[in-house]
Write a protein that binds this ligand. Structure first.
Ligand code: AMP
Ligand code: GLY
Length: 425
């Protein structure tokens, strides 16, 4: 089997590693990939949004199965394009990827089908949003640009002035581009966040082991929001009680709601949950694996990922088990100092050869090969150092130990990834 993976981050590296373990796969391509994925796949320099280029390539190479890692091409309808070209593809079609592509859509869906989430209103123009904020709102309040905004289109505003400034940023200055043509204003919730990824075939849903991300740049959840500075899996806060509640009110309800709307969802639904004092509620949906959630969840997946993904596309996920090792994983992101604002790139990276890909993994997020063949830093998030362990405490110790193996100039990481584990273990 020839497989094409679309994307270039740590998530796609983790997907590529899982795919490389399938005995059914002879050859992996990744577009555009990165310097780490190159060890597992032939990387081809076609951008994820170049649908014509990707379809041409897939046809020319007779790709049997495509896997789309990233949100932008999914929301843009890449799966429909691949399917039209006769290529079996893992990921939601455009009409289902809207679950992530429009916050107004996902909020309306949850309201219509009684799926627990924060109360909200949707606005198509700045004046009505401003009027609402002046008359109705309790603070803090959460402003969300409707469309994709690299995870940055969410503003938590402490008072009316901040909120009015936020409306200006999103809807008038268009800081997030067209993503800000509509906006959701939402009630502020409190609680611990949990990420739950799932495989879906349009009817059946099977959830993966839970995880928790650390979105802020600094220790103690301080500083700016990032793409994610580290993860652990499973989350000890995702208790049996939480699981039972979500199974009853959230997971199957979402898949059924999408099917009822004529938008059958095949692929990964990522449930961003908040465990509020009133019970679990949906913060957001994503239509793909999380990054860096995939880096701690996929190394723990048992069985053949291609069997599972193919069953999702074929609508027979009920026949295939989705199971995880009874262990734990922690991923610590090594970033370039200054991320997510301003940072330098191009520094040589040393120490990458110590990872055995059994217990220790080094997923590449932002790396490139220099002209001389040296692997260098090429992004804000550079590497995701991941370790397994029999429990979370051991996995955490192992992961931090492994972060010492790697060196590059301006290396920056949080020192408290998974620290919350100490509260429970
Ligand atoms: P989102 O992209 O919707 O997941 O939002 C990014 C982050 O903003 C989430 O991970 C939360 O930390 C925070 N957030 C989003 N919505 C809310 C909310 N209603 N209440 C509190 N925090 C929120
Ligand atoms: N780690 C959060 C995300 O992938 O959106």
């Amino acid at each position: 089997m020839k497989v094409l993976i679309v994307g270039s981050g740590g998530r796609e590296h983790a997907i590529a590693l899982a795919v490389s373990r399938s005995p059914r796969v002879d050859k992996i391509y990744c577009a555009p990939g990165n310097a780490g994925i190159e060890a597992l796949a032939e990387c081809v320099p076609i951008k994820a949004m170049d649908f014509d280029g990707l379809v041409d390539f897939a046809k020319k190479e007779a790709i049997d199965f495509a896997i789309i890692g990233m949100d932008d091409p999914l929301v843009g309808g890449i799966v429909d394009r691949f399917e039209k070209a006769g290529i079996k593809t893992f990921g939601p079609r455009e009409n289902a990827a809207i679950l992530e592509g429009s916050k107004a859509f996902s909020k309306e869906l949850m309201k219509k089908y009684n799926i627990p989430t924060a109360g909200y209103e949707t606005f198509d123009d700045a004046d009505s949003a401003i009027a609402y904020l002046k008359n109705e709102s309790k603070y803090p309040v959460v402003l969300k640009a409707d469309g994709l905004a690299l995870g940055k289109g969410v503003l938590i505003c402490q008072n009316e002035q901040e909120a009015l400034d936020g409306v200006k940023e999103i809807m008038q200055d268009k800081k997030f581009g067209d993503a800000g043509n509509r906006m959701v204003i939402e009630e502020f919730m409190t609680g611990r966040e949990v990420s739950v990824l799932s495989f879906c075939d349009g009817k059946t849903i099977k959830i993966m082991s839970s995880a928790q991300d650390h979105k802020r740049a600094g220790d103690g959840d301080t500083g700016l929001n990032t793409g994610g500075m580290g993860t652990f899996s499973p989350s000890p806060f995702y208790t049996d009680e939480v699981d039972a509640f979500c199974k009853e009110h959230i997971y199957q309800a979402t898949v059924d709601a999408m099917a009822s709307e004529g938008r059958a969802f095949k692929g990964v639904i990522f449930f961003g949950l908040m465990l509020t004092p009133e019970g679990p509620k949906v913060l957001e949906y994503n239509c793909r694996f999380g990054d860096p959630e995939a880096q701690v969840v996929l190394p723990r997946l048992k069985g053949d990922i291609i069997d599972i993904m193919e069953a999702c596309v074929d609508g027979r996920l009920s026949e295939v088990p989705v199971e995880f090792e009874d262990n734990a994983a922690v991923c610590v992101v090594l970033a370039s100092d200054g991320y997510p604002v301003k940072y330098e790139k191009g520094f040589p990276i040393e120490g990458l050869d110590k990872f055995d890909e059994k217990e220790y993994f080094c997923f590449h997020a932002g790396t490139a090969k220099s002209d001389s063949g040296q692997i260098v830093t090429n992004g804000g998030r550079v590497l995701g150092v991941t370790a397994l362990g029999s429990d979370l405490t051991t996995a955490r110790k192992n992961a931090y130990e492994a972060t010492k193996w790697v060196s590059f100039d301006n290396k920056y990481m949080r020192s408290d990834i998974g620290k919350a584990i100490e509260e429970v273990e």
